[in-house]
Design a protein around this ligand. Sequence first.
Ligand SMILES: *[C@@H]1O[C@H](CO)[C@@H](O)[C@H](O)[C@H]1NC(C)=O
Ligand SMILES: *[C@@H]1O[C@H](CO)[C@@H](O)[C@H](O)[C@H]1NC(C)=O
Length: 388
Amino acid sequence: MQVLPLLVAMLHFSPGHMWQPKSQQNLQYPDISGGPDSNTALLRRRPALSAYTIEDRELTLSPSWPDPSLKFGQFSAVTVDKHGHVVVFHRGPHVWDGNSFDTNDNYMKKEEGPIQEDTIVVLDPVTGKKIKSWGKNLFYLPHGLTIDDEDNLWVTDVALHQIFKFPPLAMLNDTVTKPLLVRGERFVNGKDEDHFCKPSAVAVLKNGDFFVSDGYCNTRIIKYDKRGARLMIWGRSSFYDSISQRPGPYQFNVPHALTIAEDRSLLCAADRENGRVQCFSSDNGTFAYEIYDPEVIGSRLFSVAYTPTKGGLFYIVNGPPFGAGNVPVQGIIVDASSLNIVSTFQPGSSALSNPHDVAVSPDGESVYVVELDPYRVWKFVHKGRKYL
Ligand SMILES: *[C@@H]1O[C@H](CO)[C@@H](O)[C@H](O)[C@H]1NC(C)=O
Ligand SMILES: *[C@@H]1O[C@H](CO)[C@@H](O)[C@H](O)[C@H]1NC(C)=O
């Protein structure tokens, strides 16, 4: 049952006519037989079961977290910095709806101005109380959030079509609003070197090199060096191919979130509308494998977060299917070595509704999920953990 779609996909790979490098002669491309033009790399599927203790498999909802007096809007992202602080990115009173963009992906509510409340909120991982907040009058439609090894804060805004690097949260206050680095042109979308189109996420390597998933209307991943010069680009739309067959490697239908498995030299992307995670070499962009399991994950996969703890695990959140489908909306834990599904999790007995992002604490014991609607941030802890 599982093997058939793979075989079909392998037999029907067509040459990558959709993928067109533009005037980027100096950029390196992931090459070889598995490169973006060829579609010949194998789609690796999950092999044998592996053993996990109940503590590793099971997550429990932390019931009184966060502080219930805190008010948020649509949550787009959650991350945990290396100190264990939980940081969320939310949209305040702004919502992304059918009137947010015109058919050319231009943001339609510019004149309403930016979100006037703090969009970035730092939460104490134990008490759930607000430690700090920041980021008012800067953003229109928050999307991605990550914090790098030097504590710099990286965000994407799909209305602005930009990505930003800000100084560490400890240095930010209402008077410090100048980014250290910006890519993309304010409110102008495109697919060339200087433009994104609704960029969804950033992921940063320890050496400062970073990746951007771009995004809702482009279908590519771009690697930059730490100064922000482009090194590599890959990806093309799976839209035409995926109607009758499984999309091949390097094909995306909304690259929606990124995570780095630095100990495995992998960059992994949530390929949202293809319901899978694709992992690539973080060195050269070569496709490594996909995580795909329609029976447990369903047809949509919103975010993925990697932790090197417990032997290496991916935490995934799926989403409500378009049309029919009976796979629960839930969190899914995947062994990064065997690609076996270790377990699934939900808040209590009810399913999640619209999870949008997931993050793991540095010690691997706490997992956070934010939902777009209802506006919820959930904390889960591994069983056997002392503090709920
Ligand atoms: C804001 O932060 C900057 C840099 O961290 C600092 O120099 C400045 O004094 C702070 N301003 C206020 C009002 O706290
Ligand atoms: C790409 O990098 C990976 C390590 O991340 C390495 O194993 C592989 O051989 C490289 N491929 C090419 C074509 O350089």
